[in-house]
Design a binder for this molecule. Structure first.
Ligand code: ADP
Ligand code: MG
Length: 293
């Protein structure tokens, strides 16, 4: 394509809510045959709600919410915000943790009211040699079968509760997946969340291939291995945990509603955070570079 055509394409992109880093990006956009979609915040809204609290025997719900809510208030993760908001709504003001650390892809840990508290995946509890009692294990399995995310809460060396949270699929996601397929792309759902939740979301939007329970630092490796299969890979994401994969992909598409790290790593920004703009971007590139009229 001529430089003029590329400039026109870039300008047309801006009108469609697609910010393109440079004219050469259109070339990679035209070639992609596989599109990896992050789940939380990309296919789903990422706005989660605390739905239920399941406590072990003898544990007070109010104490679970106070300790877990206090710790999660210090994190920016969508799950953390849901837990903190739900806890504050039910129990009032939350204490400030004496100590706090984010454990990427797993949860949070810290000290609240003198208790050593963990909130997150059961894998995080496992790292501290803790596991869920049978009654909480059952609550977790039931929640996940229903497509919710189960979050474990432990303090002072014992697992004490399971919280359930869920977010909704964006209303344009299923239509976008259908159109991406119509353009000949294979969609793949990629997430750090558990398999049952990921499968439920994938089924809702019409994606067959799911890669779940991937640690943040391993998302880039998933992109690399797809490339080694000979695929030309687009990756769409919004989180800090997606940045390396966005940079590694043949085409990185960042949700404009996402984190600065994702936007900086991407080749393209979908300003409105709507997957339909990914469809527009690919159509625009093909049209600009003359593959479709
Ligand atoms: P995704 O890949 O879907 O954007 P992440 O990699 O950020 O998700 O997180 C993976 C999983 O780790 C989450 O689904 C959740 O189970 C757990 N997790 C991460 N951070 C937190 C937190 N602050 N509180 C509770 N659970 C968390
Ligand atoms: Mg995300």
């Amino acid at each position: 394509a001529t430089p003029t055509a590329l400039m026109v394409g870039t300008g047309r992109g801006a009108q469609l809510g697609i910010l393109i880093k440079g004219p050469e990006v259109l070339e990679s956009t035209r070639k992609v045959d596989t599109i990896v979609l992050d789940k939380t915040g990309t296919v789903t809204t990422g706005r989660m709600t605390l739905l239920s609290v399941h406590t072990a025997q003898g544990v007070e719900e109010a104490e679970v919410l106070r300790l877990a809510g206090a710790l999660e208030k210090a994190s920016e993760h969508p799950i953390a915000q849901a837990v903190a908001a739900g806890a504050a709504a039910k129990t009032g003001t939350l204490p400030t943790p004496e100590d706090f650390a984010n454990v990427p892809g797993l949860g949070v840990q810290g000290v609240v009211d003198g208790h050593a508290v963990l909130v997150g995946r059961t894998k995080l509890l496992g790292e501290w040699a803790m596991s869920l009692p049978a009654e909480l294990e059952r609550a977790k399995a039931a929640a996940e079968a229903a497509g919710r995310t189960a979050v474990a809460v432990a303090w002072d060396g014992e697992a004490r509760a399971v919280l359930t949270v869920a977010d909704a699929v964006k209303d344009t996601s299923a239509e976008a997946v259908r159109r991406l397929r119509a353009l000949g792309l294979t969609p793949i759902l990629l997430t750090g969340d558990n398999r049952a939740v990921a499968e439920a979301v994938a089924a809702e939007v019409g994606i067959e291939r799911v890669i779940a329970e991937v640690m943040p630092e391993d998302k880039v490796g998933v992109v690399t291995s797809l490339q080694q299969e000979g695929r030309s890979v687009a990756m769409v994401g919004d989180g800090v945990n997606d940045a390396a994969a966005l940079a590694r992909a043949d085409l990185g598409l960042a949700m404009g509603t996402g984190t600065d790290a994702a936007i900086e790593a991407g080749d393209l920004t979908l300003v409105r955070g709507d997957l339909l703009a990914a469809v527009d971007a690919i159509r625009l590139a093909r049209r600009t570079l003359g593959t479709i009229k």
